[in-house]
Ligand binder design. Structure first.
Ligand SMILES: Nc1ncnc2c1ncn2[C@@H]1O[C@H](COP(=O)(O)OP(=O)(O)OP(=O)(O)O)[C@@H](O)[C@H]1O
Ligand SMILES: [Mg+2]
Length: 335
């Protein structure tokens, strides 16, 4: 590749500086994204909002969401985020969630996208749903009241969610709504996966604040490193002001087509820039992923023995194994 010189980040690291792109990289990475809402990000720091407290460094001591430290450590709350649209955030949230469930983990998936695709992909109609994540975030309805039991537990979205950013924007603690809502159910799950909209607005920031880590699905076809840098910058802002623990834990390469040079180059660029953060499991391109949601099911249920289902099982195993290895290493360090 040669043109890309992003400073590599340590593998599965905790808070790290935002990657630095050299100017020519920005020219190299293809079409610009239809993005984002930088205003929300820039509003975070300068505004003397009460939620940004100077004592923040102590893990959210004021928040019941983080009251039980052991729970916070045990439950992995993962935001699936990329402000680029159509990169498989929703597909990954559902299928990875179901794969974790198959492994015996307790899983909640949360639809934080006004498009309601995750909700639809489990056979529910966001247009007819009465109470949803909108009511949870804005009206403080307990999240347990909007959880449906499907293949895994699902906190549903409705079309109302489109108004959530506006409704939240005037509320104190607007960035912590999801974190607070999850406190009620957090201990009941091993994994909480949050599907976010294709933007870096207040809903996605809520997911970052509630999260223990972020997975970034990246479409091998239209790789945009510019988008990843924007995402990392937003995350750095959240880390500084709202959740010091959150970081990108992994990049999921999606819609990979090993037959094309383009796809292989995309992987090469990702690995060159992000090293071990790129999961080794590749999610290949196949129409199965589009077919399954039409039937209201995950690909693991729709085509249980197919390669598409197996890819997400493999990803789930890789994620669990990486965490076990990390925990083991930390335990040895402290011994
Ligand atoms: N590996 C894959 N191969 C082929 N098609 C895929 C793959 N993964 C997802 N798709 C399809 O690509 C489309 C976009 O996927 P998905 O909705 O998961 O993306 P998204 O990032 O959530 O989009 P949005 O930003 O709009 O929320 C869907 O039609 C989905 O079925
Ligand atoms: Mg989506």
């Amino acid at each position: 590749m040669g043109l890309i010189r992003l400073r590599p980040r340590p593998a599965r690291s905790r808070p790290a500086p935002a990657p630095e792109l050299e100017p020519e990289v920005l020219d190299r990475v293809g079409e610009p994204d239809v993005v984002s809402e930088p205003d929300v990000v820039s509003e975070l720091t300068p505004e003397p909002a009460p939620i940004v407290t100077p004592t923040f460094g102590a893990p959210a001591a004021e928040s019941t969401a983080a009251a039980a430290t052991s729970e916070r450590v045990a439950t992995r709350v993962i935001a699936l985020a990329n402000q680029k649209g159509g990169v498989a955030k929703t597909t990954t949230t559902l299928n990875l969630g179901v794969a974790f469930h198959e492994m015996g983990h307790r899983v909640l998936i949360v639809d934080l996208d006004p498009q309601g695709n995750l909700t639809m992909s489990q056979g529910l109609n966001p247009d007819t749903i009465e109470r949803s994540m909108f009511d949870v975030l804005v009206h403080k309805v307990p999240i347990s009241e909007v959880i449906e039991q499907r293949e895994v537990d699902l906190a549903v979205a409705s079309i109302d969610l489109a108004g959530a950013e506006l409704a939240l924007s005037s509320l104190i603690g607007r960035e912590r709504s999801l974190e607070k809502a999850l406190a009620e159910v957090r201990a009941s799950y091993d994994f909480i996966l949050v599907d976010t909209p294709p933007s870096l607005g207040l809903l996605t920031i809520n997911a970052f604040v509630a999260a223990t880590g972020v997975f970034v699905p990246v479409q091998c076809e239209y790789l945009s490193l510019r988008g990843l840098v924007q995402l990392e910058n937003t995350l750095a802002m959240v880390r500084e002001n709202l959740n010091p623990h959150v970081a990108v834990e992994g990049i999921v390469a999606t819609m990979f087509d090993g037959r094309t040079l383009h796809s292989r180059e995309a992987i090469e660029i990702l690995e060159e820039n992000f090293g071990d953060l790129v999961f080794r499991t590749r999610i290949r391109k196949t129409v199965r992923y589009a077919e399954a949601p039409v039937k209201g099911s995950s690909v693991l249920k729709y085509d249980p023995t197919g390669a598409a289902a197996e890819a997400y099982r493999e990803l789930a195993r890789e994620i669990v194994a990486a965490k076990e290895a990390q925990d083991g290493a930390q335990a040895r360090e402290h011994a």
